[in-house]
Design a protein around this ligand. Structure first.
Ligand SMILES: N[C@@H](CCC[C@H](N)C(=O)O)C(=O)O
Length: 278
């Protein structure tokens, strides 16, 4: 199986072009194997670039534990780059099918290759049952959640996949490895959740660190950064335009007042290709 390793600000996945390769029989099991950083290729999971009846291509994304997620923001930018650079569809605006429907992406092309991608990530989902979370009310904004004897104020947003945002004074000081698993699997999140700790610098700039559902600590989470942009508006901490610093790099976000959609802009990088013999 031919594969390509790509990353969006350090959020790295093994990509398989299913236009050319046979669809893996068990992508969940394959994701666990290829993501292994010692015995596999190494990555935060597996992304399949598949033919679509509704769009230029379809993304399917699997975490390092084999669970399939509805969406992946950094992954979608890389899929867009692959689709353009490898000639699947040579258009500056692509339609890509994901678990949350068909999304539009705009490409910034330099020297005939995609350098940056702007994705219309769609409308955030705020109704608790649709995130999903068992918190009551119409929105979950700074709601108290006690895990491991510690109470956090969580704001919940779905961008197709579930996110919980927690504001803290110093993002670097959070013991992510220790607190991440308990928060991800808290009973209030029936399908688990991606957890983000956010430090606000100004109304348009934050630093965030992420514990991802199914993959643990990652260098970046695109859907999470969109969730942080939305949570900042809901909690009155930040404005509709945001620069987010993540461990692997920066993302530009906007929750548009005009159309209620969230826009994410950032780079996409191809690293190497190879053959997986298993
Ligand atoms: N890193 C991704 C999100 C990947 C999926 C996530 N772990 C989940 O299970 O929802 C991103 O860039 O959005």
């Amino acid at each position: 199986m031919r594969f390509t390793k790509m990353h969006g600000i350090g959020n790295d996945y093994v990509y398989v072009n299913c236009f050319a390769e046979k669809m893996p029989a068990d992508p969940a099991a394959l994701s666990i194997k290829v993501a292994d950083r010692h015995f596999g290729i190494g990555g935060d999971g597996l992304i399949l670039i598949c033919p679509s009846e509704k769009a230029d291509a379809r993304m399917r994304m699997f975490n390092a534990d084999g669970s399939e997620s509805e969406m992946c923001g950094n992954g979608l930018r890389c899929v867009a780059k692959y689709v353009y650079d490898h000639g699947i569809a040579r258009k500056p605006r692509l339609q890509l099918e994901t678990g949350r429907g068909v999304l539009t992406v705009d490409l910034e092309v330099k020297n005939d290759k995609v350098a940056r991608v702007r994705v219309n990530m769609g409308e955030p989902i705020l109704e608790p049952a649709r995130i999903p979370t068992t918190f009551g009310g119409t929105q979950v904004v700074d709601a108290p959640l006690t895990v491991g004897g510690q109470t956090y104020a969580v704001t919940c947003v779905s961008m197709g996949n579930p996110h919980a945002v927690i504001y803290i004074p110093d993002a670097a000081a959070v013991p992510l490895e220790a607190v991440g698993p308990g928060l991800e699997t808290a009973p209030v999140f029936p399908r688990r959740a991606n957890i983000h700790f956010v430090q606000v610098h100004s109304p348009n700039e934050v630093t965030m660190r992420t514990w991802e559902r199914g993959s643990g600590i990652t260098l970046a989470c695109g859907t999470g950064a969109c969730g942080v942009c939305v949570a900042g508006v809901l909690t009155g901490r930040t404005g509709r335009k945001l620069l987010a610093h993540l461990p692997g790099g920066d993302l530009e976000l906007e929750w548009s007042a005009a159309d209620n959609n969230v826009y994410m802009t950032g780079p996409a990088t191809e690293v190497f290709s190879g053959d997986w013999a298993d």
